[in-house]
Every structure is written in structure tokens, then in C-alpha cells.
Design a protein around this ligand. Structure first.
Ligand SMILES: [Zn+2]
Length: 251
């Protein structure tokens, strides 16, 4: 692991972060992902040199160069976080198969943070693309048989959570888990296997509880999207490489 590579991963992450932000923001609205970027205040269309991820934001001090209105800082925050998580993934795994899975999880997290927090939607196109990416990685690294085992794990977890959702809906008489969250269970079983996958749902509830309570009391929000918490726990359990045997021994 080298320091110069860590810098490279940070800037590659920043670049991808700006793409993931665009996808999360425009795809659920059926807008063009490469839509021309304009100032939301005066409509000024930014030239290319004012659209460079991260750098332009600081060069313009976070303001529109035409009308001086504040620019959307969420985009910049998303870029910085993606950069940091890419660097962290490289620091943990080095150049390896696991690194590419980790980069995929982190990227999915950054898209879902934007789309789920803004629209309460996890776009199908995003889930399908990332699932294909993971399946291809597993196939090239572990072969055809392992690939089918992983896919089986994904289907199993999806079906189990789907049944739990139907059961929950009939008891509480309201939607207990979103459709996007249930579809995402396939990805969890695919990557973590069904046992650690189930455990990750438990972990995400623990992460989500204090944060949801905080938002319910301070901002009076009654619905908090669960997708980002699920992906956060997927990332966490993947980074510590928890396998089902170790998990069963701990429990
Ligand atoms: Zn402006």
C-alpha cells in the first residue's frame, strides 16, 4: 500500500462521487443523467471549468460565479465522502478482488444516500447494474459454481425478507419495509451469504434507531429512509470480512 495510490484513489473516488450524485439525483426523476448543470437560483449554465468535481466548488468558494448564490453543498459532501471511502477501501484491501467488491458497495451506498433521502426511491436500474457487476466479479474470481451459490444466497434472502414484509404488513396494516429495501436483499445475500445477510439487517436497525429517533424529535420527520442504513451495515460487515462460521460461533 502506498501513499501516492491513496491519493489516486481519493481523486478517482471524488470523480465517481460526482457521477453517483448525478445518478441518484436525476435517475429517479427520469431526467437525463448528463443534464446541463445550472445554478438553481439564476439559471446560469456552468462552463466545463466550473464543473470539475470538488476543485470548482472551492475555487468558486461554494457560490455561483454569476449571481453569488450558494451552490448545493450536498454534491461536494458526496464527492468528498466517496473519495474517502474509496481511499479507505484501498487501505483495507490493497489491490485485490475484495477491493472491487468494496468499491461497488461504497458506490451503491453513495447513490442510494442521494436517491433514498431525496425521493424515497432506490432505482431498479441501479440495483440491476450493481448486481450484474458483483455477479461478474464473483464469476471471474471464484468460477461458475460459486457464482450460482452466491446467486442462490441472494434469492434465498430476498424471498425470506419478502415473506417477513408480507407478514409485517398484515400485522401493522401498513408498509413496514420499502420495496427498494426488499429488492436490495438480493445484493446482501449475494455478497454476504444468507446468514451474515440476515445479521446485517439486524445491525442496520441498531444503526438506524438512534438516528431515526433524533430526526423524529428534532425535525418531526415521521418516515426515515432505511436504504442508506442497510448499505452502511453491508459495507461495515464486508469491511470486517465477517463470515457465517465466525458469526455463528459469536452468537
Ligand atoms: Zn446563479
Amino acid at each position: 500500500m502506498s501513499l501516492s495510490y491513496m491519493f489516486v484513489f481519493f481523486f478517482v473516488g471524488v470523480f465517481f462521487g460526482s457521477i453517483w450524485h448525478k445518478i441518484g439525483k436525476h435517475l429517479p426523476n427520469n431526467e437525463k443523467i448528463l443534464k446541463k448543470e445550472r445554478c438553481s437560483h439564476c439559471g446560469y449554465q456552468f462552463p466545463w471549468y466550473e464543473k470539475i468535481p470538488l476543485l470548482s466548488y472551492f475555487a468558486c468558494s461554494g457560490r455561483c460565479s454569476m449571481c453569488n448564490a450558494r451552490l448545493d453543498s450536498l454534491k461536494m459532501i458526496n464527492e468528498v465522502f466517496t473519495g474517502l471511502l474509496f481511499t479507505f477501501s484501498y487501505a483495507i484491501f490493497g489491490f485485490s478482488y475484495e477491493l472491487f467488491i468494496a468499491l461497488g458497495i461504497v458506490s451503491l451506498l453513495m447513490i442510494v444516500v442521494v436517491s433514498d433521502l431525496t425521493y424515497f426511491i432506490i432505482p431498479d436500474e441501479v440495483l440491476i447494474s450493481f448486481n450484474l457487476y458483483f455477479i461478474l466479479l464473483i464469476f471471474f474470481n471464484e468460477g461458475l459454481k460459486a457464482m450460482f451459490l452466491h446467486i442462490g444466497g441472494g434469492i434465498f434472502l430476498f424471498v425470506v425478507m419478502y415473506l417477513i414484509m408480507l407478514f409485517g404488513n398484515s400485522i401493522f396494516q401498513r408498509e413496514s419495509l420499502g420495496g427498494g429495501d426488499i429488492k436490495m436483499m438480493f445484493t446482501f445475500g449475494l455478497i454476504l451469504g444468507p446468514i451474515v445477510g440476515l445479521f446485517s439487517i439486524f445491525i442496520s436497525s441498531i444503526i438506524a434507531l438512534p438516528i431515526s429517533l433524533f430526526f423524529m424529535y428534532t425535525k418531526k420527520e415521521s418516515i426515515i429512509p432505511f436504504g442508506p442504513f442497510l448499505l452502511l451495515s453491508l459495507a461495515l460487515l464486508y469491511f470486517i470480512q465477517l463470515d457465517s462460521i465466525t458469526l455463528l460461533q459469536i452468537i
